[in-house]
Design a protein around this ligand. Sequence first.
Ligand SMILES: O=C(O)[C@@H](O)C(=O)CO
Ligand SMILES: [Mg+2]
Length: 263
Amino acid sequence: MPKYAANLTMLFQEHDFLDRFDAAGNAGFKFIEYMFPYPYDAAELRARLDENGQTQALFNLPAGDWPGGDRGIAVQPGRQDEFRAGVDRALSYADVLYKGVQGPKLVNVLVGKAEGDEATTRKTVVGNLQYAADKLGDAGLTLIVEPLNPYDVPGFYLYGTQNTLDLLDEVGRDNVKLQYDFYHMQRVEGRLTETVRAHLDRIAHIQLADVPGRHQPGTGEINYPFLLAELDRLGYEGYVGLEYIPEGRTEDTLGWLKELAKV
Ligand SMILES: O=C(O)[C@@H](O)C(=O)CO
Ligand SMILES: [Mg+2]
């Protein structure tokens, strides 16, 4: 049975960020993910989790100047020092957020928008991901790599499942896996069921939202009752992060989940 995680970057935005842990707890969520812990004190975040009996499921490596348009910097030659400093920063948060956690301890990387020639870009991203994988591996962590879609993030380096798996092959580290976001992959290539059937062994985290609009399941074209039951049939026991823009109050968008599983 997948473990459903509330993504606090997107859900419960009716509340200030630190109050979203309580809101998610009141809605029954025991697993929590969000993009960036860095504006907050790690101990404060951990206290919010603990007060609600929640486990951290995922957070991202620092991704450069987000308001300025960066979506990660791993592909950018000349920013390796900044990338490496970001790995250290993520490790210091992982130390607190994942302390005592028995399940998967995941850190997501967005590789960024490519700017230079392909050979230099490739060498840079492979080297950076190997560096991150080795440092995270020493701490018992898994690095996951997330392809996005070109409509939301033009210029991003990684769009498809196979491109990403090829990159992971080149990185060649056992603790580097695919993060498969149904929303992005539906927009890029479809074939959601076939892809999870073929590559479940390389997928360490899944996220969901419907298409179009990136809202809750049931608002668009993806057959989530079938897809989520399929994950169960395949024996997927990892996380499924609810990373959608609620259409309505967050609490009122969870009916589909109550139908499917206990959160
Ligand atoms: O899908 C997403 O947008 C996120 O998972 C993320 O980390 C970056 O945009
Ligand atoms: Mg995602």
